[in-house]
Ligand binder design. Structure first.
Ligand SMILES: Cc1cc2nc3c(=O)[nH]c(=O)nc-3n(C[C@H](O)[C@H](O)[C@H](O)COP(=O)(O)OP(=O)(O)OC[C@H]3O[C@@H](n4cnc5c(N)ncnc54)[C@H](O)[C@@H]3O)c2cc1C
Ligand code: FES
Length: 273
């Protein structure tokens, strides 16, 4: 669990996105696109889920945004330091097959999460169209890496500071108007995924979303990550994290993800250095 490499991918007024390569003998043997790990940065820390973005023979790569306490603790670790705990691969892998033409939409740090999916979809023979959205140019990550695993590539920024001003869903609607696609896949902030689902539904294209539901154990025991899909309760960690967007109860998901927002604002009183 030693950190082998660390790279700052972006820094927006102190909120950084960091890539880390971590030593692991076992996880790379089984990890597939769409799966995640749960880690503890130190012995007093909480458990947080992060996507396995890439893997080598004896390492995995994670990319995370310093969003709050634990990701900031993680960001303080350096090459040579070790994580306290790491478990994975967790969750179902993405269903990779030759669908034909797929559009992958990613926003914010979801851009990192889309990388392994894009790579695997391309290897399976799909025509891969990627649409990335960032709030501003400085927050855009992995541009070249994703260009290299796509057949068509689009970028939008909310403030117009890079390429095209607007939202990923503007481009998605234009693409779906012009041509027929077989699958839309989205990962990013909940409002973005919900809008992607609405647009794709208008064109009757199947849409899969990868959810960032709150998770604790990641193995189906605590119930924290529960979501409603087609009126049934599912656990995002063991039944997902990917679900059919058309069947998802988006309002419930958005509400549940804000459940601890007050507590997240407080300074944690645990003895965390
Ligand atoms: C399957 C999955 C894969 C993910 N992959 C990535 C990734 O590759 N890169 C990345 O930057 N982020 C990813 N996330 C989100 C990441 O887990 C949160 O950013 C992280 O937990 C924030 O913790 P914190 O203590 O730093 O921030 P906090 O201040 O505690 O929380 C900030 C926000 O992060 C989310 N969050 C907090 N705790 C959890 C938790 N235990 N589980 C899920 N979300 C939480 C909430 O939306 C919260 O408002 C993923 C989440 C899931 C469920
Ligand atoms: S995180 Fe506990 S059941 Fe899914």
């Amino acid at each position: 669990m030693k950190i082998l490499e660390k790279q700052i991918l972006s820094d927006d007024r102190g909120t950084r996105v960091i890539r880390m390569k971590i030593f692991s003998k076992d996880i790379p043997l089984k990890a597939k696109a769409g799966q995640f790990i749960v880690l503890m940065a130190n012995e007093y820390g909480e458990r947080i889920p992060l996507t396995i973005v890439d893997k080598g023979e004896q390492d995995i790569t994670i990319i995370f945004q310093e969003a709050g306490l634990t990701t900031k603790l993680l960001g303080k670790l350096n090459v040579g330091d070790s994580l306290y705990a790491l478990v994975g691969p967790l969750g179902h892998p993405t269903e990779i097959e030759n669908y034909g033409k797929v559009i992958l939409v990613a926003g914010g740090v979801g851009i990192a999460e889309i990388y392994p999916v894009a790579k695997s979809m391309r290897e399976a023979g799909n025509r891969v169209v990627i649409v990335l959205g960032a709030r501003t140019k400085g927050l855009l990550i992995l541009e070249n890496e994703l260009k290299n695993v796509s057949d068509e590539f689009y970028i939008t920024t909310d403030d117009g500071s890079y390429v095209r001003k607007g939202f990923t869903t503007d481009i998605l609607a234009e693409l779906l108007k012009k041509d027929k696609y077989d699958l839309v896949y989205a990962v990013g902030p909940i409002p973005m995924m919900q809008k992607v689902a609405q647009v794709a539904q208008d064109f009757k294209v199947k849409t899969v979303v990868s959810l960032n539901a709150l998770m604790v154990d990641g193995t189906g025991m605590c119930g924290c990550c529960r979501v409603s899909v087609a009126g049934q309760t599912k656990f995002s960690c063991v039944d997902g994290p990917e679900f059919d967007a058309a069947q998802l109860n988006w309002e419930e998901l958005a509400k549940r993800n804000k459940i601890y927002s007050e507590q997240e604002k407080h300074i944690c009183r645990l003895n965390i250095k």
